[in-house]
Design a binder for this molecule. Structure first.
Ligand code: ZN
Ligand code: ZN
Length: 263
């Protein structure tokens, strides 16, 4: 049975820390876990959002980014030769804050930029499209699942054009906690349009193993990963760890889902 294309699993390139206010653990704990799990490389990918009205901060402030780089650089030196540590960012798209987001991406020396789209604006406040919180799910369901998903994929397409980035994170994770979610023909067309754009702009696709926990397959689904591979879009593995023990989670299982096992 043909499986996923082979993905480099020697590094985990999507790792959060307590700094984002919804993850646990110091940066050093994540580095030590990655070393213990035999990884050769890792990328912190902390949350950057701009202009979001939400009741709980889930991203870093300027002060926290200063701490992120200070501690990150110390760890890069301390663990040099044992593991490569990159200091990246997961930038959340906001269609009305593009100049500010561009400015923030330019201001910091990020070594890797992952692009996501987390927050939908309902005209009054932001709703988190990837959250499992019931209040988000109810409000988004009331707006209409198809419409929100349409906006989600449109947002990612626009974001690819408007923001510099190295990869798209958890591409099909929008509304992931919505029961019985299914993509329409229109959503499939949007995904195809997005992949073609990524190919053109040399943007990689993240294969995010947090999906395995929720639905036994990574984000995005296998057919999307295969299509990306067909378009020669590079694939990048990431666990989306929000706790140190989640570093490299399900990488063995991902290896088993590949056509050929990697060493
Ligand atoms: Zn997060
Ligand atoms: Zn995310």
């Amino acid at each position: 049975m043909p499986g996923l294309p082979v993905i480099d699993l020697s590094g985990d390139h999507h790792i959060h820390t307590r700094l984002c206010n919804h993850a646990r653990g110091e940066m050093e704990e994540y580095v030590q876990t990655a070393i213990n799990k035999g990884l050769q490389n890792m990328t912190f990918l902390e949350h950057l959002e701009c202009g979001i009205c939400y009741d709980h901060r889930t991203w870093l402030t300027d002060k926290l980014f200063a701490e992120y780089f200070r501690e990150g650089k110390r760890l890069q030196k301390k663990y040099a030769g044992r593991i490569g540590v990159r200091l990246g960012v997961e930038v959340g798209y906001n269609p009305v804050a593009v100049p500010q987001l561009r400015e923030m991406l330019a201001r910091y020396p990020f070594e890797h930029v992952g692009l996501s789209y987390h927050f939908y604006f309902d005209g009054n406040r932001h709703l988190n499209m990837v959250s499992r919180r019931q209040d988000n799910i109810n409000a988004l369901a009331a707006i209409g699942t198809n419409h929100v998903l349409d906006e989600y994929f449109n947002g990612l397409i626009r974001a690819c054009k408007e923001l510099p980035c190295n990869k798209i994170c958890h591409l099909d994770a929008g509304l992931r906690h919505m029961p019985e979610l299914c993509f329409t023909k229109r959503h499939r067309e949007q995904i195809e349009q997005l992949l073609v754009l990524m190919q053109k702009k040399k943007i990689a696709l993240e294969v995010n193993t947090s999906g395995i926990e929720l639905r036994s397959h990574p984000y995005p689904a296998e057919d999307i990963v295969k299509r990306a591979h067909e378009l020669q879009i590079p694939l990048v593995a990431g666990s989306d760890a929000h706790r140190p023990d989640q570093v490299g989670r399900y990488f063995m299982q991902l290896a088993r889902q590949q056509t050929t096992l990697v060493h």
